[in-house]
Design a protein around this ligand. Sequence first.
Ligand code: FAD
Length: 475
Amino acid sequence: MFDVIVVGSGPTGLMLAGELRLHGVRVLVLEKETEPSGQSRALGLHVRSVEVMDQRGLLDQFLALGQQFTVGGFFAGIGERWPERLDTAHSYVLGIPQSTTERLLAERAAELGAEIRRGCELVGFRQDDEGVTVELADSTQVRARYLVGCDGGRSTVRKLLGVGFPGEPTRVETLLGEVEVTMPPEELAAAVAEVRKEHSRFGTMPLGDGVYRLIVPADGVAEDRSVPPTLEELKQQVRAFAGTDFGAHSPRWLSRFGDATRLVEHYRTGRVLLAGDAAHVHPPTGGMGLNLGIQDAFNLGWKLAADLNGWSPEGLLDTYHTERHPVAANVLDNTRVQTELLSSEPGPRAVRRLVSELMEFEEVNRYLIEKITAIAVRYDFGEGHELLGRRLRDVKLKRGRLYDLMHDGRGLLLDQTGRLSVTGWADRVDHVIDVSEELDVPAVLLRPDGHVAWVGEEQRDLLDHLPKWFGTATG
Ligand SMILES: Cc1cc2nc3c(=O)[nH]c(=O)nc-3n(C[C@H](O)[C@H](O)[C@H](O)COP(=O)(O)OP(=O)(O)OC[C@H]3O[C@@H](n4cnc5c(N)ncnc54)[C@H](O)[C@@H]3O)c2cc1C
């Protein structure tokens, strides 16, 4: 019997598998496809995900295969400026194809000992007090103590659970094609700029080697969106907007996506949990979906491990829902706003002009980018210090860097007083006595996901907070 079965080897499932293995949890990843698709829906990581990779010692690999950008335009394609003084050591977007992100996360999960079985489709499950029995398409069964559905927007796990998935259906559809073009780059850029004066949902992106990603509003909504458009359909729509199809040929990927926006009612139903697109769907504007899934996994991994390793305080696993559900609701609202701002109707276009003017103010620009990049996320840990519930940015210490101390996914007391102790929790929480000129607090207790659980200087106060996140003292 496994501890956890993760369904789906997308970025969410793979991140989760790695996080669980850090804590010795026996994890099986089931993936229905026999091979990775090689396609890349997402093309980048936002700041918080970059920080997450840094906190686990993975960032160098990502940086080696990605490209750092400091241009704006992530909020509905408005505003070209990247804000100054973003509260992070990683003030950039990391351009990296989703297929590369998945490969790196798969390698990490496998290196840490996760078993990844491809060609295995979950078709059913039943849960009882002790665990969950999963049924596969070939009629075999496999059992674990928990099941996590990371099986994407059309999640079978979510459907079988029957849990509510309220929101809006697709109202507008967009065609996507990755194609080669014959039109010279400058001519193409000029033609696109002309179309975008009226139609903000139209866009292109050079992907290198003469390949472009073309994004064009569809003519209506397809009955079955899992059927990709043909090259001719794509070219016809491009011509309808631009008067030319740029000489598009040799497609390497054709797809369509809608603006359905939905959020699952409960992230946890007994021993079954949902994460990533399985729990929330929204249009890709702003490039947040993959990031949100990775951050779901980062929140869930250590909590599930704490439960399985027997030291979880009461209710810890339920905080996965109470913390992540509002974050996703916020992202969904953000994409709803962006969808409105991308409309070609006169009213929304007037609002777009006003928002463009507002984004000239540095504070507004920064506020919106902090939301998109997820560094503004603050979990509700109650009243307290302004850092409480937020993730702490990386800071330089006298000896090294904060994030370098977090690779093992344990709690961390960063103690600038030298007077505190975590005796009784030392198997779960590291205690580092060091100082940072960048940190204006005597001591800070970080959860394994880097969020601030306590700020203070009194041992008695610390002892009140340790059990809330790390269970009862041992020894
Ligand atoms: C055009 C487009 C552009 C995008 N751009 C961005 C971007 O720039 N930035 C960003 O952050 N996000 C972006 N996204 C969103 C991003 O691609 C998704 O949010 C992300 O893939 C979600 O990851 P996931 O692991 O939750 O699900 P998925 O990536 O969908 O993975 C789910 C996995 O589960 C498997 N599976 C499904 N059912 C079963 C089953 N029954 N049994 C076993 N396996 C199963 C699937 O085969 C799949 O491998 C974009 C999306 C689109 C459509």
